[in-house]
Structure formats: structure tokens, C-alpha cells
Design a protein around this ligand. Sequence first.
Ligand code: B12
Ligand code: SF4
Length: 473
Amino acid sequence: MKVKFILPALAEAESPFWRPIKYSLFPPLGLATLAAYLSPDDEITLQDQHVEELTFNDTPDLVIIQVYITNAYRAYKIADHYRRIGAYVLLGGLHVTSLPDEAAIHADTIFLGPGEETFPRFLRDFANKSPKKIYSSAIRTLDKIPPIKRDLIKRNRYLVPNSIVVTRGCPHHCNFCYKDAFFEGGKTFYTQLVDDALAEIDRLPGRHLYFLDDHLLGNTKFASELFEGMKGMNRVFQGAATIDSILRGNLIEKAAEAGLRSLFVGFETFSPVNLKQSNKKQNLEKDYGKAVNRLHSLGIMINGSFVFGLDEDDSDVFKRTVEWGVENSITTSTYHILTPYPGTKLYKDMENQNRILTRNWDLYDTRNVVYKTTNLTADELKNGYDWAYKEFYSWSNIIKSSFKHDSNRHKLKHLFYSGGWKKFEPVWNFLIKTKSLNNMLPVLESILSKIKTTDAQLPPAEVKNQSQQLFSD
Ligand code: B12
Ligand code: SF4
């Protein structure tokens, strides 16, 4: 059987805001996970429109498309094309789970929730010529899942080919998050067996890993054993976790020992009213500064996530948030305009209050205001958001923020990581065009290498040597 997997690109791919590098980071892990359930006799192709042109002159028997909210319209068009030429088309992923009726019009079969149990079930039914219209995931386990079919991934097109997920979901329930909607009808947080996770890590070449788990520290026992097993594997890795998990116990030290060098942290807002409204209990009454200091003392860089437009936000929120980030040496900041994704509690609340302004899903990219605001006007919110990005990533703030670290090596790492990410677009574009992005991996690994305590407070001449070393060791 000829099987084609497609990850369509989001609408933004055709806009002036398109940053090719942002979408050349991670390969389509979800699709490569599903491909592992096919038979060795199947002829499989996988195309990711973020990094390659899709071909439409083929005639696959089965087409499998992953639908995010911001690629939904494009996904539907691609699905319509393949159905017209007689292929059997499957749609699944977050957006299909949130809005099954919308997606069903464009598919032969749709899938709700994760695919590890439903996709093999479908394959059996398909072989028996009795596929159903809808498969809904009820059994949630990652035990005995086959190894991801990574040979389908064109590694040289991605900056971070070694992405990995060892858990699914998250133990928390923030009301703007997709997670409860996607995992409805079963467990909303579960992990792989530690040995299976370690085996998957072992299969990945090089040193660098990026854990895409929503909350890598979410299950203390699992994470502890994982980090214990990773000691001595000589890895450097990045991941995501919540404030409370950074402050609690000594899990974060274990993570650092295993190779954690940069962490995505959902600070989101400084306002307790906003936190309560978002059901973000894990951040309430937590000392953000203390969490930051703890990470820095372990040599871990921080990617802070912040949301603008929650009901208590006023016109000062942008300045306050950027200043805090710079003062606290946050390496990279990801700002979002609050976005009510269909299926979330936030969406339901806003719908009940008649606050949803548009259902054009292309605009649900966290860069546009799609709902009626309260304290801020829509223009203030959009302009403040644009200003915050510009201001945080101004050279003066990057330098100021980098030089607040105690250790000279940390100063340099911060400078290269943050400056490199936002200020060298032509270099990234060149690497993407020449399909040589993965040549940057050793540089990234070097920037993420360990900060030794002896690196602190080196004299200026040493700082220069260190900067040369960053790109050579
Ligand atoms: C990596 C990632 C990205 C990457 C690229 C995605 C890629 N190459 O796969 C980048 C950086 C490009 C990205 C960008 C954005 N992202 Co993003 N991203 C993620 C992240 C962290 C991991 C995705 C992942 O690999 N998961 C692991 C794999 C195994 O799971 P999976 O992909 O969901 O696939 C499983 C199921 O969905 C299902 N499945 C999927 N498709 C199909 C199809 C069929 C037929 C079947 C049977 C099953 C099936 O089976 C798979 C196995 O269980 C998720 C958070 C998360 N933990 O999922 C956010 C997430 C998907 N991103 C999100 C957002 C908001 C964005 C942005 C809009 C942010 C922005 N402001 O720019 C953009 C736009 C993305 C787009 N393309 O439209 C939201 C999506 C919300 C929504 N309702 O759509 C998420 C959920 C984060 C969050 N908590 O809000 N993202
Ligand atoms: S902590 Fe993060 S992943 Fe978990 S529910 Fe909240 S926003 Fe979603």
C-alpha cells in the first residue's frame, strides 16, 4: 500500500511575518510516531510543508494529515484534493479533536485524541475493508509503542532533528491550554516506561535532545529515574516545566546533572487575579525570581513564556513584563496574545460572554486579537505585543540582560543564544536554502555545554578565549 503522511504549513507561511527558521526547528514527530504502525511492505512518504514543497502528482492509497488550528484550512484543501483523486484520507490532531464536525466534511475518517491506540485499530479495520468514520482514543498508554520511524525524517532540514516526547499531556489544567480538550475521555497525563524512554534516547545520534513534553518534570518518580538513567550518556538537552516543579525538592538538580541546559517556563502573568482566572494554580504565590535564580545557579538558560490580554492586564503590562525579563536575565522570551482555542474552557467562557470576534482560524496564531478585550483596547494589545518583542530583542537589552549573569561563560552563552536566535535571519535563511541547517548542531551543542563553577568571574581576556572556545569545543 502507498501511504503518504503530510504536515501542512500554517497560513503564516505566505505572510511577511514568516520566519523560516522558527518552522525548521522540529520534525513532524507525531506523524513519524504513527508511521511506525505500518507494515514493512508499505511504501511510505512523509512531507512537511514547513521545510519542503508538497508534491501533488502522486497517487497514494492512504493519506494521513495532521491538523493544527493554524494549518486547518490548508489541510482541508489538501484532503479535498486527495479524496478527489480517489485516495482514502485520514485527518487527526489537535484541531480535529476540538472541532470534529468541521474536519469530518473533508475526511473519510477522523481521529480524536492521541493516535497510539486508534491508528493501529483503524489499520486493522481498513485491511478488513470496514473502516469507521470516527475513531476516538480511550485507552491511553505508551507501553510497547514501536520505535518512532525516524528514517522518514529529513534530518538536514531541521535545526533540532533530535526532538523527543516521553510523556503525553500534563498534570495541570490551565483554562487556555489545549490539553484538557485533546485528552478528553481518558487519562490526561501519562508517561513512557523509563527503559523505553532511555532506549529511544539511545537511538538518537549526536548529543543534543529537545524534549517536547508539556511538562518534563510533571511526574517526579518518572523524571527522577529518567535523569538517573541519562547520567553518563553525555547528552545536553532542553525541555519545559512549571514554576512549582522548579522550586520543589531536588528534581531540577537531577535534571541539570543529566544534561538539562535550557528550560521553557510558563510564567504567563504576574497578576494573581489573572492566574486564578486562568486556573494556573501552580504559579500562584510562587516566587518567580527564586525559580529564576535556582535555574541560573545550575547553569540552565530560560525561555520564558508570557501571555498578554488576560482580563486584569492594563497598558503597563508590556513594559513591566519586558523589564522583568531583562532584569532577570531571561535568555529568550515567547510572548503570546491570549488565544481562546476551540475546545478549551477559555473558549467556552468567552463564547458564553459573546466575546469571540472571529472564527477565522488562520488568525488563532497568538499574534492576533480574536476576542473582545476588557481593560485594553484590541489595538493597545496588538501594538503592546509587537512592542514587547522588539524591545526585549533590542541589542541593548540582549547585552544588558546577558551581562547580569555572574558567570562569564553564562554571559556569553546568553548573548549567542538570544542574539543568534533573533538577529541572524539571513544566516538562517541561507542554511535553510542550502539544506545544511543540521551543520549548526555542533554550535548549538557547544552553546548548551556545561557551565563549570570555575567559569565564574573570569578576567576579561579569559572571556575572549571562552567565546572562541564556545564555537570550537
Ligand atoms: C513542536 C511544536 C511546534 C513546532 C512544530 C510542529 C511540528 N513540526 O510537529 C513549531 C515550533 C513549528 C510550533 C509552532 C506553533 N505552535 Co506548536 N507545539 C509544538 C509542541 C510543543 C509539540 C508537538 C509534538 O510534537 N507533540 C508530540 C507528538 C507525538 O504529538 P502530536 O504531534 O500531537 O501527534 C499525536 C496526535 O496529535 C495524533 N495525531 C496527529 N495527527 C494525526 C493524524 C491522524 C490521521 C491520526 C490518526 C492521529 C494524529 O497522533 C500523534 C501520536 O499520538 C506542541 C505541544 C505538545 N506537547 O503537543 C505545541 C502546540 C501544538 N503548538 C501550539 C501553537 C499554538 C503553536 C503556534 C500557533 C505558536 C505560535 N504563536 O506561532 C505555532 C503554529 C504551529 C502550526 N504549524 O500551525 C499549540 C496548539 C494549539 C492548537 N489548538 O492548535 C500547542 C498544543 C502548544 C500549546 N500548549 O498550546 N509548534
Ligand atoms: S501547565 Fe502548561 S501544558 Fe500544563 S495545562 Fe498549563 S499550559 Fe497546559
